[in-house]
Design a protein around this ligand. Structure first.
Ligand code: URA
Length: 246
């Protein structure tokens, strides 16, 4: 069994975004922090940082936020950007205020364009993030594309050929799978994450994507009841579903 990480209470709460070290010290000395039913008054108390902390610790009578590592699934709405730097409304603004100032900070696992909706993972776990986006793992990602022009019928073989070269690139794309739904809708599963990949693939086939929505990443499917802008915390086992049965 791995040993639980121990953290000083004031540092733990500051890292979870409950305020500056001074703010959280005031919170603690004010008797607002309760662990296993006991009020903690010593800011230096060492606390075992375990996933069940929200069931054991209350802050101002509410469960403490979950500690790192945290993995969230979000239904990204249209119009928000995944970058921390890009101009425009950022996806992080859809999270609770405290979560936006946690340390370690939260980042999206890869990116979706501003004009793409659907499943996006958000995490503070760098190892998990790199495992998902690693080019060696080929995690499949499935997109529902709405197309401007009717499909010709030749796109499936072009995309699965392993020979499609996108403009400005030096390596052809790995084979991708196309499932045509009707002349203007198709599901495309890719195992890479090149810049604007799906839009550029359809552009290479002489078409134009007018709507793009990501339905799944590996074995994780966007839940139907997760509305645009909503998120949910994943358990460790759920987060691993991305890797299927590997
Ligand atoms: N491909 C795109 O073109 N856009 C995305 O957001 C994701 C994949």
């Amino acid at each position: 069994m791995t040993k639980a990480l121990m953290a000083r209470l004031d540092r733990l709460l500051a890292n979870l975004g409950y305020g500056s070290r001074k703010d959280v010290q005031a919170l603690i000395s004010g008797g607002k922090v309760v662990l296993d039913g006991n009020i903690l008054k010593d800011v230096g108390t060492k606390v075992a940082v375990t996933a069940d902390l929200p069931q054991r610790m209350m802050i101002r009578d509410r469960p403490v936020d979950p500690p790192a590592p945290l993995v969230l699934i979000m239904h990204k709405p249209l119009g928000v950007v995944c970058s921390h730097k890009e101009d425009g409304e950022r996806i992080y603004g859809l999270l609770p205020k405290r979560w936006q100032i946690r340390d370690p900070g939260l980042s999206t696992v890869g990116r979706l364009d501003k004009d793409t909706s659907g499943l996006i993972l958000i995490t503070d776990d760098g190892d998990y993030l790199h495992r998902v986006i690693s080019p060696r793992r080929h995690v499949p990602k499935t997109y529902l594309a709405t197309l401007d022009r009717p499909l010709k019928g030749s796109e499936g073989s072009l995309f699965s050929s392993g020979e499609l070269m996108l403009e400005g690139e030096e390596k052809p794309l790995l084979p991708a799978e196309l499932a045509v739904i009707d002349p203007h809708h198709a599901r495309l599963t890719i195992t890479e994450g090149r810049y604007h990949q799906v839009r550029r693939m359809f552009a290479a086939a002489g078409n134009h994507v007018v709507e793009l929505h990501r339905e799944s990443v590996g074995g994780l499917v966007l839940p139907e009841d997760l509305e645009p802008g909503q998120h949910r915390i994943l358990s460790a086992a759920e987060a691993e579903k991305v890797f299927g049965d590997e």
